[in-house]
Ligand binder design. Structure first.
Ligand SMILES: Cc1cc2nc3c(=O)[nH]c(=O)nc-3n(C[C@H](O)[C@H](O)[C@H](O)COP(=O)(O)O)c2cc1C
Length: 308
């Protein structure tokens, strides 16, 4: 049997070298330091920041999260400190933690995405960008660009022109054909895709006869969406050649392995961070054990080995 240290957990994603395939999903690990007493950014192969916009955003009215059977709903609405405060106050605290930092960005218009991508292109400590074209909780930007292939391609192409490092585009499951969007975004110059963001959902308080969320609707995440996420990953894997990062309902190492076997080069952990702040560590330990038991020396060798 191989010793723990003999398993090679490294993965590479379109030029981005990660020490392990477990990534903190945007919006669920803050700016990387909020969990400091519970989890370390350095546990993850990469940390994706909460979505950043050019100017600060207050987000949607509360309540902004609620628990549902098998998952949670959120309607945060891209609340964030804005680019300047991120660069000045948040980024320095995330540096030197032994993880790769990926900035997730959104804008109201293509011009805003491009301006922000241009600014991030100059920050050497951030080697990759994840374009959020899939947030269901804001009216402008976000999902507005992610639901039709032409819009997704136009935005990706415009950002590609100014952004010279690894460009990841995060796709929405709230579409009729995710393969068409994946194909369009690949053609527009994306280096990798993340899929999926949350699904539309809502919850009702029967006593108040009101929606639970202040925004009425929100994004559903957690175990409830895992089969949908796997299906979308499967579709995209058989459509594009660029690497895929799988996410949606990954709570433990067997979930993570399902995504890798279906075609993910790496996985993101979102809602699981709220349930178990040690999720990344536990998932990596489980993956390592699985590799040892199955005589797999490199975890990357599991990507796409699904037999159909
Ligand atoms: C509270 C919360 C906030 C989120 N904020 C963002 C965000 O700012 N940007 C983004 O791209 N995705 C955001 N997401 C979506 C997650 O990154 C992820 O795509 C989704 O939750 C599915 O993964 P999961 O089931 O593992 O949570 C958020 C999710 C939650 C639960």
């Amino acid at each position: 049997m191989k010793k723990l240290r003999d398993i090679d957990l490294r993965v590479s994603l379109a030029g981005l070298e990660l020490k392990n395939p477990v990534i903190a999903a945007s919006g669920t690990f803050g700016y990387g330091t909020e969990y400091s007493t519970l989890a370390e950014p350095g546990d993850f192969g990469a940390v994706i920041t909460k979505t950043i916009t050019l100017s600060p955003r207050a987000g949607n009215p509360p309540p902004r999260v609620c628990e549902t059977a098998c998952g949670m709903l959120n309607s945060i609405g891209l609340a964030n400190v804005g680019f300047e405060a991120f660069k000045k106050d948040k980024l320095p605290r995330l540096l030197g933690k032994g993880t790769v930092i990926i900035a997730n960005i959104a804008g109201n218009t293509i011009e805003e995405y491009v301006e922000l991508a241009g600014k991030l292109n100059k920050i050497t400590d951030i080697p990759a960008l994840e374009l959020n074209i899939s947030c269901p909780n804001v009216r402008h930007g976000g999902i507005a660009f992610g639901t039709d292939p032409a819009g997704a391609a136009a935005l990706s192409k415009a950002v590609r022109r100014v952004y010279k490092k690894t460009l990841i585009v995060k796709l929405s499951p709230n579409v009729s054909d995710i393969a068409a969007i994946a194909r369009a975004v690949e053609k527009a110059g994306a280096d990798a895709l993340s899929l999926i963001n949350t699904l539309y959902g809502m919850a009702v308080d029967i006593r108040k006869r009101r929606p639970v969320l202040g925004n009425i609707t929100g994004g559903l995440s957690g175990p409830a969406i895992k089969p949908v996420a796997l299906y979308n990953l499967y579709k995209a894997y058989h459509t594009v050649k660029i690497p895929l990062i799988g996410l949606g309902g990954i709570m433990n190492y067997t979930d993570a392995l399902e995504f890798m076997i279906t075609g993910a080069a790496a996985v993101q952990i979102g809602t699981a961070n709220f349930v178990n702040p040690s999720a990344a560590r536990d998932i990596l330990a489980g993956m390592t054990g699985f590799c040892r038991e199955n005589n797999i020396i490199r975890v990357k060798n599991l990507t796409g080995v699904l037999k159909c």
